[in-house]
Design a protein around this ligand. Structure first.
Ligand SMILES: NC(=O)c1ccc[n+]([C@@H]2O[C@H](COP(=O)([O-])OP(=O)(O)OC[C@H]3O[C@@H](n4cnc5c(N)ncnc54)[C@H](O)[C@@H]3O)[C@@H](O)[C@H]2O)c1
Length: 326
């Protein structure tokens, strides 16, 4: 059974590929290894995967239509896990064109690839950012998400709509997963928890937005991977004139205050943070909180890793990785 993972050198793609290789799947990974953050970290993740017998890698930009069409012509995929995207809310304020190329054109190319071949299931990454400034918590997949507050969020919502249309028109089984602030070892250097650990270690101040009054439903990477592995065989079926299409929240269902989160990092590092309190950033949201009832019904699994356990694991990895690579 061959699975295509796009964004395989990324944080979630790497962990998922590693796990699926253990499960016995053949993995075909693609990534353009762009320089949005430290390429050597992406390469280091890839270096863990490349020696494995059932792993193939193709340096490919999903925004290039002909390359994607060729890929789907040459290879047969049982499932497609689409994770490649330009992530980050703040970066989308200055670099909107990258979001159009990777998240909209790239996504359309993946849908087209799936349309012209037979696949069992396309699973793609959406985001909690689609909930924008919604006030009702926890966020449910039944809530209205028509008011994105960043271009990044708008591209993720657009992906959900495009996927629905393709599922309806061509009967492609598709599941979109709205990830809620995924963190853990081998994580993304652009995310707050990574920057906090880096700055505190280097005795530099950390920027704490909205004066620390923000809540995030932090979701540990192993829980995210477990949920994706369980979702893969669960291709949605047609029901009551509805296409084979589903959206799920994938979050921890337990939001944590930013201040509390920083405290956990201080404990794990045994160091105090120098805090630079700042106002809210444009495009940011105050709170995220996932209702995961539908996901739990579907796969019989709920994320369980606490922030204390998760942060400890991240700090342990960070210290080992940067000690060995400095
Ligand atoms: N990590 C989170 O907290 C989080 C939250 C919500 C949604 N997501 C979504 O989950 C997915 C994976 O996120 P991640 O945290 O692993 O991010 P990541 O940036 O570490 O991984 C994405 C990978 O995709 C690759 N990529 C980007 N554009 C590409 C292109 N045009 N062609 C080929 N490869 C390309 C990048 O090089 C990168 O390796 C993304 O779609 C992201 O938007 C992540």
């Amino acid at each position: 059974m061959q699975i295509l993972i796009t964004g395989v050198a990324g944080f979630i793609g790497y962990h998922l590929a590693k796990r699926l290789l253990i499960e016995g799947y053949e993995i075909y990974g693609v990534d353009n290894l762009n320089d949005y953050y430290d390429i050597s970290l992406k390469q280091a993740r890839l270096d863990q995967l490349l020696p494995q017998k059932n792993f193939k890698f193709n340096l490919l930009d999903i925004g290039h239509r002909s390359s994607v069409m060729e890929l789907f012509k040459e290879c047969v995929f049982d499932h497609v896990i689409h994770l490649a995207a330009q992530a980050g809310v703040r970066y989308s304020l200055e670099n909107p064109e990258i979001y159009i190329d990777s998240n909209l054109v790239g996504f359309a190319n993946i849908l087209e690839g799936c349309r012209h071949t037979y696949i069992n299931h396309l699973v793609f990454a959406s985001s909690s950012s689609v909930y924008g400034s919604n006030k009702k918590v926890p966020f449910s997949v039944k809530d209205n998400v028509d008011r994105p507050v960043s271009l990044y969020a708008a591209t993720k919502k657009a992906n959900e709509l495009m996927a629905h249309a393709y599922s309806h028109l061509y009967q492609i089984p598709i599941t979109g997963l709205r990830f809620f602030t995924v963190y853990g070892p081998w994580g993304r250097p652009d995310m707050a928890y990574f920057k906090f650990v880096q700055a505190i270690t280097e005795k530099k101040p950390i920027d704490v937005y909205n004066y620390g009054m923000m809540r995030r439903d932090f979701t540990y990477i192993d829980d995210v991977v477990e949920a994706i592995v369980r979702i893969i065989p669960k291709s949605p079926l047609n029901s009551l004139n509805q296409p084979p299409y589903k959206i799920h929240n994938l979050g921890n269902n337990n939001p944590v205050e930013l201040k509390e989160f920083i405290k956990e990092i201080e404990i794990a590092l045994k160091m105090k943070a120098i805090k630079n309190f700042l106002p809210m950033q444009p495009g940011d949201v105050l709170s995220t909180y996932a209702d995961v009832d539908e996901l739990v019904n579907e796969i019989g699994f709920k994320p369980t890793t606490t922030i204390t356990q998760g942060i400890r694991q991240f700090v342990k990895w960070y210290q080992e990785f940067y000690q060995n690579n400095n």
